[in-house]
Design a protein around this ligand. Structure first.
Ligand code: ATR
Length: 279
C-alpha cells in the first residue's frame, strides 16, 4: 500500500509507456517487502535537465534512465561510477544531499543472469551479433569472464570495428575481431557461445533472425538472445531445435533492475532463479 512514508522510484525515457520496468520493479519491491513504489515518467530530451534537478527536491530515491537519455544524463551527475566512465552511459541515478550519482547495471545484470553458466565462458570463443549500446555492455561483461575471443558480426561492419577499438581503449579488451556475414556460419561453428545483442527478432518482427535456419548450432552451443519479447525468438527456436542450450533476455532485465534496487536501498537483495520465474 502506498503511504506517506513510501519511497518513490521511477524510470524516465521517451517513449516510456511500453517499459517493463514498473512491472518488474514493483514485483521486486513486493518480493522484498519494501515500502516503495515504482512509476514511469515520460521525460522529453528538452526537459531532462529540469526533471533531474527536481529529483532531490521531491525526495525521489532513485531513477532508471532509458533511451534516449542514457548518455546525456551523465552531464548532470556529480559523481559517475567507474563503469559509467568506461561505458559512457548510465541507467541508474541516485540523488543524495550533494547531487546525483550515476551507475550502470546492464553488464552486472548480464553476468548475474548467467548464474553457474559463467564458467562456460572461460577460455571459450564467443560469437556476438551486433555492435550498439547493448553490445558494448556485453563486451565489457565478457572481458571480465576471461573468454578466449569474441567475434563480432554486425550489419554495418565499420560499427563493429569502432566498438572493437573502443573496447581496447576504454577497458583494455583486445581479443575481439569483426567478421563478415559470409563468415558467420564458420564463426558459429568455431564458437561455443552465441549472443544476440540486436533488436532483430523482437516484437513485432518476430520472424526476423540474423542466423538462417541453416546455422550450424549443435548440442555444444549456448545461445543467448537479449530479447525478452517474444520470450523465444526465431534464433532461439532454431538453436534449440538443433540441441543448443538457450537463454532469453528476461533474467538480464530482472537482474539489472535488481542491481539498481540494491544501489538505491543499500541492501544486498538476493533473488533466486525461481523468484524470477514466478513473475
Ligand atoms: P542498443 O542500444 O539496443 O544496442 P543500438 O545502439 O541502436 O541499440 O544498436 C542496435 C544494433 O542492432 C546495431 O548493432 C545494429 O546494427 P547497425 O550497426 O548496422 O545499425 C543492429 N540492428 C538493428 N536493426 C538491424 C537489422 N534490421 N538488421 C541487422 N542489424 C540490425
Amino acid at each position: 500500500m502506498i503511504k506517506g512514508s513510501t519511497d518513490i522510484y521511477a524510470v524516465i525515457g521517451d517513449p516510456v509507456e511500453h517499459s517493463l520496468s514498473p512491472l518488474m520493479q514493483n514485483y521486486l519491491i513486493k518480493l522484498f517487502d519494501l515500502d516503495a513504489v515504482y512509476a514511469a515518467c515520460h521525460v522529453r530530451s528538452k526537459d531532462l535537465k529540469t526533471a533531474l534537478a527536481g529529483l532531490q527536491a521531491l525526495n525521489i530515491k532513485g531513477i532508471n534512465v532509458t533511451l534516449p537519455h542514457k548518455i546525456k544524463v551523465r552531464a548532470f551527475c556529480r559523481t559517475v561510477s567507474k563503469d559509467v566512465e568506461t561505458l559512457g552511459a548510465a541507467n541508474t541515478i541516485t540523488p543524495d544531499e550533494t547531487g546525483l550519482c550515476a551507475d550502470v547495471t546492464d553488464h552486472a545484470g548480464f553476468l548475474e543472469s548467467l548464474g553457474d553458466r559463467q564458467s562456460l565462458f572461460r577460455g571459450n570463443a564467443v560469437c556476438m551479433l551486433g555492435a550498439g549500446g547493448a553490445a558494448r555492455s556485453i563486451l565489457y561483461a565478457l572481458s571480465q569472464l576471461e573468454v578466449d575471443r569474441v567475434s563480432i558480426y554486425n550489419r554495418t561492419r565499420e560499427n563493429a570495428e569502432q566498438l572493437i577499438r573502443e573496447a581496447a581503449q576504454s577497458f583494455g579488451f583486445t581479443s575481439a575481431e569483426s567478421v563478415a556475414q559470409s563468415e558467420l556460419n564458420r564463426t558459429i561453428e568455431s564458437s561455443s557461445i552465441v549472443i544476440n545483442t540486436t533488436s532483430v527478432g523482437m516484437h513485432p518482427h518476430i520472424e526476423a533472425t540474423l542466423c538462417g535456419d541453416d546455422a550450424p548450432f549443435s548440442r555444444r552451443h549456448f545461445v543467448y538472445d537479449l530479447i525478452y519479447n517474444p520470450l523465444q525468438t526465431r534464433l532461439l527456436r532454431t538453436a534449440k531445435s538443433k540441441g543448443a542450450f538457450v537463454q532469453n533476455g528476461l533474467d538480464m532485465l530482472i537482474f539489472q533492475g535488481l542491481q539498481s534496487l540494491r544501489i538505491w536501498t543499500g541492501q544486498n537483495l538476493q533473488a533466486d532463479a525461481g523468484a524470477t520465474k514466478r513473475m
